[in-house]
Design a protein around this ligand. Structure first.
Ligand SMILES: [Zn+2]
Length: 419
């Protein structure tokens, strides 16, 4: 027996199926793409963050006569029904986003929710609104996309817990506490701190979310806010669209200390595909180039044109499917494979890895995970089972809290000033 064959034999005896390069020892070529397609037929792919409602609004096309999602759309759209079906996307948290500083936050977020509701009504064979983890399983099984709502920006509640409860009643099942701006009650990752994390009112928001069964989303918040949320939340928390800070030190990402705490909390990081959050230094390089261009012209269209021409010469700033998978693997290593998922941020990003152009491309991630030797069970967890577990656990905590604590029968009818 050659030393090479002996190595193979010993490795197999140890239960190893892949060599150091991630290649299987089995000499038979494996068609990973076919295997990925097969898994997607029965797996629940539950993506944590898609900004289609805001994209429709930005493009001035919130009328489904103007944008017919039943037909394939071109850029900037990354989501439509044909590509959703191609990618096996059968559960989605539709983000209803609201900029951190906005004159009418609640009204704008309600308009966004209305877009999701109208989309579901317009395409009843393709979408159905889901309110519970059990709904998601049933709807996905029926061949439709189980649609949940995630409010992006706690500014939407206008410092009033009654508004939080109204948003829940409309189907909101997670709320990202902040967007890029610090609020009265929660500090953002990309703004000056005001509260060193959560204010006392911020803690009340988290507890009320727990009581309702609405997931607390720590994407966009500062590390102190993440830490305060983990101290106060009785339910597992999620980062609906964030990547690993250790691989790409951007303030929007999740550091290893928080990842370790998420393991204890039972929560989940859903990996964001945005190039600036996965390729180290990419955000700073793009910002520096943009500043350079702005020294020569103030014309926004011209700045965009020149920046895009330059970006076309910088492929390394976009990352690849491998880059995304490395973030998944890092979170799986530090927090555990039960604590990682996918939060693409499609339709909310302007740069993404080559090959991950739209919702049609999710199976390429599955293919790469399989090629690297991840088991089918773990792949299913990453695609959606982890998100479903977290949601079901949050529902259980809500039931417990509702039975133990007397519900607030006199909710504040005016703006709560205790923040
Ligand atoms: Zn976001």
């Amino acid at each position: 027996m050659t030393s090479r064959r002996l190595f193979f034999k010993n490795s197999l005896a140890l239960g190893l199926t892949h060599n150091v390069l991630g290649k299987p020892f089995d000499s038979e070529p494996v068609d990973y793409a076919a295997k990925a397609r097969e898994i997607h037929k029965t797996a629940i792919l539950f993506d944590g963050h898609n900004d289609l409602p805001w994209q429709l609004r930005e493009q001035g096309q919130i009328d489904f006569q103007k944008v017919d999602l039943a037909t394939k759309q071109s850029l900037p759209y990354q989501t439509d029904i044909p590509r959703m079906r191609q990618g096996g996307l059968n559960a989605q948290f539709w983000s209803v986003y609201i900029p951190g500083k906005h004159p009418n936050p609640l009204r704008t977020v309600l308009e966004q929710i209305d877009i999701v509701h109208r989309m579901i009504q317009r395409y009843p064979n393709d979408f159905e609104q889901a309110f519970t983890a059990a709904d998601v399983r049933r709807i996905a099984k029926s061949g439709k996309c189980a649609s949940m709502i995630g409010v992006e920006g706690g500014v939407a509640i206008e410092n009033d817990l009654s508004m939080l409860r109204i948003l829940y009643s409309l189907g909101t099942r997670y709320m990202t506490l902040t967007h890029n701006q610090t609020l009265d009650w929660a500090d953002a990752a990309t703004d000056k701190p005001k509260n060193d994390g959560l204010s006392p009112f911020g803690v009340r928001v988290v507890k009320e979310m727990n009581r309702l069964g609405m997931l607390v989303d720590i994407s966009h918040v500062s590390v102190s806010t993440m830490s305060d949320v983990l101290d106060s939340s009785k339910a597992p928390v999620i980062a609906s669209h964030s990547s690993a800070f250790a691989l790409c030190p951007h303030p929007r990402n999740i550091n290893d200390d928080i990842l370790r705490r998420l393991r204890t909390n039972g929560g989940l990081v859903m990996i964001n595909f945005f190039s600036s959050f996965i390729v180290p230094g990419a955000a700073a390089k793009v910002a520096a180039k943009q500043a350079d261009i702005q020294k020569t012209t103030n014309d926004k269209t011209e700045v965009k044109k020149q920046l895009e021409a330059w970006l076309a010469t910088q492929p390394e700033l976009f990352g690849t499917i491998h880059t995304v998978v490395e973030h998944i693997e890092h979170v799986a290593r530090v927090a555990g494979v039960d604590h990682v998922g996918l939060g693409s941020d499609f339709d909310g990003i302007n740069r993404w890895p080559k090959g991950l152009d739209s919702v049609a491309d999710f199976p390429k991630i599955t293919e790469e995970l399989l090629r690297r030797g991840h088991s089918e069970t773990n792949v299913r967890k990453i695609l959606g089972e982890n998100a479903l577990r977290v949601l079901a656990q949050a529902e259980k905590v809500a039931r417990q809290m509702q039975s133990e604590i007397k519900p607030e029968i006199d909710p504040p009818v005016t703006v709560d000033t205790d923040h």
